[in-house]
Design a protein around this ligand. Structure first.
Ligand code: HEM
Length: 456
């Protein structure tokens, strides 16, 4: 069904398949059967289980980039790492990240000023630089200054040739090509580009790690024996990895840094850009969000505390509704570790299951008029009776997103700051864009929005 089809049409065909065959169907990728799952009860059976936590085969091709980091690893390794890293995203640690969110939002607002002339532009590179700065300064303890320092070697390494974009795209193209899944891959044009990109991305993370190692040599973390657990609970992500007494090799550490660097900025960038796009197209909701931001922030340009963020309840509904319509991660996959029965169907152990987030969020019985952007769906009174697995942008169960609180705080801080300073005006429409899943949900060509400076 997909051979010879234009890249931008693949997702449309897939959506047609979901419409035709319903919430549970089998398709073949070459000779390999894949089960597509969108029914909340079925998703719950798989995702809430501590048995079916093994990632599907589609992640294999990411190994060369992300190694055995938390996103891809399985079994005991995943379990131990998850336990070890979880405290570094604890609420108490996130509170300390707030000043970085604030500092970077202010810088972003200044940089957006030159675009606030009402002309259409692609905002994603601005947001990418900002979120990359944030993940580096919070989790890794390294200042990049990507937003202001466009000549920074990090930015050249990651963005000049859109390394994240093209690495994601090469990964997707590989999934659809039998030839690219053979040992010939490194010798093909696509394979050569993929490995060249991976080299640049690894150089980038190696540099982050070595800079932080140098810093720790000069400023060692003192861990008193009697409060070892206490101090360790407060270490940030990279410091924990670098000072761990568990035997972590350099490549173990690099895999985790690669994973968090990618998962920690590309997903939130996507979420922020889609929210701005949808609020531009829905001026009433934008106005309502703006009024709330004005009420909560008063004279401040950005939220400054977690309690400011907690008060931005309507903005949260807008973000949640954007993540419903355009989930940053549209599809994930598991390989079943034991046989399971979904309704009348027995699915054998070893089967790959697509947990299809994008289409789960478009079930008209759960979300009437599913294509309509309506943040009120997420008001407490409207969501209280919804099945918990009908809304899964951050996945759910034991392999859910470890960074979801971080993501929500970051998105709220940046969006509130942008919306306070600028009015978002629509340029592209939903009909004029072609969405393409590229691990995260992107468009074939960058979509445009426009900004107009608000008068105080
Ligand atoms: C809007 C933002 C985000 C969305 C929508 C999102 C979504 C997801 C989803 C759907 C998964 C499950 C992946 C799978 O099963 O294959 C996941 C896992 C993960 N996410 Fe996020 N994520 C976001 C932000 C973040 C951030 C900010 C970080 C890090 C700071 C992060 C780190 C991770 C990691 C490490 C995993 C793997 C967890 C595990 O398997 O134990 N994510 N995320």
């Amino acid at each position: 069904m997909f051979i010879g089809v234009k890249r931008s049409d693949i997702f449309k065909i897939f959506s047609e398949m979901v419409k035709t065959y319903g919430p549970l169907f089998r398709a073949f990728s070459g000779f390999i059967p894949l089960i597509n799952v969108t029914k909340p009860e079925h998703l719950e059976q798989i995702m809430s289980s501590s048995i079916h936590v093994h990632k599907g085969m589609m992640y294999e091709a990411l190994k060369e980039w992300l190694g055995d980091g938390l996103l891809i690893s399985n079994g005991v390794k995943w379990h131990q790492r998850r336990k070890m890293i979880t405290p570094t995203f604890h609420f108490k640690i996130l509170e300390h990240f707030m000043p970085v969110f604030v500092k970077k939002s202010k810088l972003l607002i200044d940089y957006l000023e030159k675009e606030s002339n009402g002309n259409g532009f692609d905002i994603c590179p601005y947001i990418t630089h900002c979120t990359l700065d944030i993940i580096c300064e919070t989790a890794m303890g390294i200042s990049l200054n990507a937003v202001s320092d466009r000549n920074s070697s990090y930015i050249q390494a990651t963005n000049n040739k859109h390394y994240f974009n093209s690495t994601r795209e090469l990964f997707i193209i590989r999934q659809a090509s039998i030839l690219q899944q053979t040992p010939l891959y490194p010798f093909l044009k696509e394979g050569k580009s993929f490995y060249e990109n991976v080299k640049v991305l690894h150089n980038f993370t190696n540099k982050v790690i070595s800079e932080r190692k140098e810093y720790l040599k000069e400023h060692p973390i003192k861990i008193e024996e009697d409060d070892e657990t206490f101090t360790k609970k407060r270490l940030s992500f990279l410091d924990l990895l670098l000072t761990s007494t568990e035997k972590l090799t350099d490549s173990d550490i690099r895999a985790e840094v690669d994973t968090f660097m990618f998962a920690g900025h590309d997903t939130t960038t996507t979420g922020i850009c889609w929210t701005l796009f949808l609020l531009g197209l829905n001026q009433d909701y934008q106005q309502k969000a703006y009024e709330e931001i004005q009420d909560v922030l008063g004279d401040k340009n950005t939220p400054e505390t977690i309690s400011d963020l907690n008060e931005l309840k309507y903005l949260e509904c807008c973000i949640k509704e954007s993540l419903r319509i355009y989930p940053s991660v549209p599809l994930i996959s598991r390989v079943l570790t034991e046989d399971i029965t979904l309704d009348a169907f027995k699915i054998p152990k070893g089967t790959n299951c697509n947990l299809d987030i994008y289409h789960t969020h478009r079930n008209p019985e759960i979300y009437p008029e599913p294509e309509k952007y309506d943040p009120d769906r997420f008001q407490p009174e409207n969501s209280k009776n919804r099945h918990p697995y009908a809304y899964i942008p951050f996945s759910a169960g034991p392999r859910n997103c470890i960074g979801q609180k971080f993501a929500m705080y970051e998105e709220k801080t940046l969006l509130a700051s942008i919306l306070k300073a600028y009015e978002v005006i629509p340029v592209d429409t939903r009909e004029s864009i072609n969405i393409i899943p590229q691990i995260v949900l992107k468009t074939e060509n960058p979509f445009k929005i426009a900004l107009r400076k608000r008068t105080k």
